[in-house]
Design a protein around this ligand. Structure first.
Ligand code: F6R
Length: 365
């Protein structure tokens, strides 16, 4: 049932090209436009929407962070994002002009479901991004945008995350089109970039031996930092969560520009810093942050787009991902981080598919 893989997590990591492809193709018609079959949100509905909330937990929340970047950029609608356990108790400002997007792989996470009910009771329109047909979140939503990841068995979420990212981009493009805030050229360009993702994910997966080697060097460290700017700061959170949940290494993610406001105090010789530097737009700023941690003798593992070899001067190791538009890099950037977490846990001999203290679906508060 693990298809020849040693763990479900590794199998699911390798299923990502197909899962992303399936999620995309379900929503693209013969004319190369996004079709939201079964989703009733119209242009008129959207004209009444003044605000979007994205609410989720854990990895799904991290996908939501990328969704906020994409929706604000493409549709120019303000997006607030919160973890469900906070949202439901903080008296958020919601009314009929609010679109509430819940993201949940299982569709059974109690906090997400309770947040959804709270939003609904204030009149919000509910759109959910979900992997399980007929789940509680799906049933209680006005519209459901399914991820086509297939069953995810490993506790650590991988293919659910990348397919949730695809959904967030498709929703952003769709809303951008309805609001008239993106050009046809940009819409077509991002769709093309997305359609190229399955191959590029595969190319990134092919680097597994290189990442396993890195894990062999670093598995016995007790502390790892993940830094990045823009969408990379959100991917840093996901990379850090993956590592801590299955390898039990104390990891911490922070927006790179925030380092100097406190956290840089923790840098000392050989501190591991995984620096995500995939954003062309922010490359020089990120480079300066890497120089700052390198000056404290940190061991810097950078993730960058192919061709940006300038980064090698300041990095102990560099993992390259294929070239792509800044907007959609998270789908690729997360791959080496998933593999790194996996190999570290494997070398440490941990129970990868069933990490201690964690359940696949959290149906308690
Ligand atoms: C981490 C992980 C969890 C879930 C979270 C939400 O790898 O799996 O953080 O993402 O519990 O679960 P769903 O998406 O089922 O609501």
């Amino acid at each position: 049932e693990k298809g020849g893989y040693e763990h479900f997590m590794l199998k699911e990591i390798h299923e990502q090209p197909k899962a992303v492809q399936d999620t995309l193709l379900r929503r693209i018609d013969d004319d190369g436009r996004i079709c939201l079959d079964g989703i009733s949100l119209t242009k008129e509905d959207l004209q009444n929407i003044t605000k979007i909330y994205i609410v989720a937990c854990g990895t799904a929340y991290h996908a939501g962070l990328i969704g906020k970047y994409a929706i604000e950029k493409m549709a120019r609608i303000p997006v607030e994002i919160d973890v469900a356990s906070e949202f439901r108790y903080r008296d958020p400002v919601i009314d009929e002009k609010t679109l509430f997007i819940a993201i949940s792989q299982s569709g059974e996470t109690l906090d997400t479901l309770a947040a959804l009910r709270e939003a609904r009771s204030h009149g919000a329109r509910i759109l959910s991004v979900c992997n399980v047909v007929g789940s509680s979140v799906a049933r209680e939503s006005d519209d459901v945008f399914y991820t086509w990841a297939g069953p995810e068995i490993a506790v650590a979420s991988t293919k659910a995350y990348t397919t949730q990212l695809v959904c967030m981009y498709l929703i952003a493009l769709y809303l951008g089109d309805l609001t008239g805030n993106i050009s046809r050229e940009y819409y077509d360009h991002i769709l093309e970039e997305l359609l190229a993702m399955p191959d590029k994910i595969q190319q990134t997966l092919d680097k597994a031996p290189e990442i396993e080697e890195l894990a062999r060097h670093l598995y016995n460290r007790t502390q790892v930092f993940f830094i990045g700017r823009g969408v990379d700061s959100a991917v840093a959170l996901e990379g850090s969560l993956k590592l801590k949940e299955i390898s039990y290494i104390n990891s911490f993610a922070i927006a790179a520009g925030e380092l100097k406001h406190g956290t840089i105090a923790l840098m000392e010789p050989e501190t591991i810093v995984i620096a995500l530097a995939t954003q062309d737009r922010l490359f020089e700023k990120m480079y300066s942050n890497i120089v700052e941690v390198k000056a404290r003798m940190a061991h810097v593992v950078s993730v960058a787009k192919e061709g940006n070899d300038k980064i090698e001067a300041e990095s102990t190791e560099v993992i390259y991902i294929p070239q792509c538009d800044d907007e959609v890099t998270p789908i690729l950037t997360v791959i080496p981080l998933q593999l790194f977490a996996y190999y570290v846990a494997k070398i440490k001999g941990e129970d990868i598919d069933k990490p201690r203290n964690l359940a696949k679906s959290v149906t308690v508060e």
